[in-house]
Design a binder for this molecule. Structure first.
Ligand SMILES: Cc1cc2nc3c(=O)[nH]c(=O)nc-3n(C[C@H](O)[C@H](O)[C@H](O)COP(=O)(O)O)c2cc1C
Length: 353
């Protein structure tokens, strides 16, 4: 038997699933229209909408949208994108039949999982107690630049504009600004979603001094072992110390392996750790991009990696945390003097069909 053609074309699906909000239009038995914004998730065959409002005296099934659907299952849902750049305007409209899926069914549980996967806010809400509206698409229409991501140029601006900053203005960085950076780090991908990292924020001068002292000792020993000239050693150490003291905020990125899987063999255990380190890099990049996008600047210092024990001791951290990298945060004193260019893609990619 020939498979039924999907109602939504691939580019319509791709556009739809990237949208966070859509407008749901229902009508009562007499055809009077009613439209509201909704959060939704599409599983490839149905569009699901949670009923999260539950005023005490109004059961979810008394909501106007639900009453309309029970009287008249014909609905339309529009997901659209507006931009001042009208080349980026686009929408997808889906028309179909809506119904209620009741709690206690596998279909309901799957819809709740899907919605919670898309909107973390639903994790805290009791949407599992209410029916879910499910729409079976029958027709789809669309218009505009479905395939152009509105934010792609903004993201590219951040990716190419971000640069390592090593000298900062004596200008305060607000707690909200730091939290925004940490929030971005929290959303990085990680092995099994375990988030094997912890972040220590350091602002006070005496703590920065202790940290600089501890890392400086190790670096001095390493530079001397390398046979570096004493004067050069002092100069480099002082530069690094001032970099730490002058940065308004330091964020120490630590690995935390406690929540990872345990394996009986060393090989897999090592890979597990490698994955955690990889994801720490992803968290760091999220933080750097968030900092840059919000008007802050940042730099990366690898020094803690070379003396993790001394760093935990200097900051009084739990010994289960393994310091890996230090991000400095602040407002750049000026454009950084050197900006490393990048190798061309042809040097970095092999195409194997
Ligand atoms: C793992 C890692 C370690 C780094 N360690 C240091 C460091 O200790 N000191 C420093 O000045 N920059 C450090 N950097 C920053 C790089 O030097 C910088 O990213 C690179 O030169 C490219 O410049 P850009 O970030 O301005 O594009 C580090 C970067 C990474 C990814």
């Amino acid at each position: 038997m020939k498979a039924r053609a999907a109602v939504l074309a691939p580019e319509q699906t791709s556009f739809l699933v990237r949208q966070r909000v859509a407008r749901l239009s229902t009508a009562d038995a007499a055809g009077a229209p009613y439209a509201i914004p909704v959060c939704f998730a599409y599983d490839g065959s149905r569009i699901h909408i949670a009923l999260d409002e539950k005023p005490k005296d109004v059961p979810a099934t008394r909501l106007k949208r639900v009453r309309n659907i029970l009287e008249n299952p014909n609905v339309a849902l529009v997901a659209d994108r507006y931009s001042e750049d009208w080349d980026l305007l686009a929408y997808v409209m889906v028309r179909g039949q809506a119904g209620l899926v009741e709690p206690g069914t596998e279909e309901h549980a799957a819809a709740v999982r899907l919605l919670r996967g898309k909107y973390y806010q639903y994790e805290e809400m009791k949407i599992e107690d209410n029916p879910v509206i499910s729409i079976r698409p029958e027709r789809a229409a669309s218009w505009g630049a479905l395939d152009t991501a509105e934010s792609s140029h903004l993201l590219m601006d951040a990716l190419t504009g971000r640069r390592s900053v090593r000298r900062y203005l004596d200008r305060e960085v607000s707690e909200e600004a730091v939290n925004e950076v940490l929030e971005a780090a929290r959303w990085a991908p990680s092995p099994h979603g375990r988030q094997p990292w912890r972040f220590a924020v350091v602002r006070r001068r005496e703590n920065k001094e202790r940290l600089a002292e501890a890392m400086g000792e190790e670096w001095r020993a390493n530079l001397e072992m390398d046979g570096q000239d004493a004067e050069v050693v002092e100069k480099r150490l002082e530069g690094s110390r001032m970099r730490l003291l002058d940065a308004p905020v330091l964020v120490l990125l630590c690995l935390y392996l406690g929540d990872l899987d345990a394996y009986p063999d060393a090989g897999r255990q090592e890979n597990e750790t490698t994955m955690a380190v990889q994801s720490l890099g992803a968290a760091a990049q999220n933080a750097l991009l968030a900092a840059y996008s919000s008007g802050l600047d940042a730099g990366w210092m690898c020094a803690p990696l070379f003396c993790p024990g001394k760093v935990t001791e200097a900051l009084g951290l739990d010994s289960k945390l393994v310091p890996h990298a230090l991000l400095t945060l602040g407002y750049a004193e000026g454009d950084p003097p050197r900006r490393r260019s990048r190798r061309p893609l042809d040097d970095l990619v092999v195409y194997r069909g």
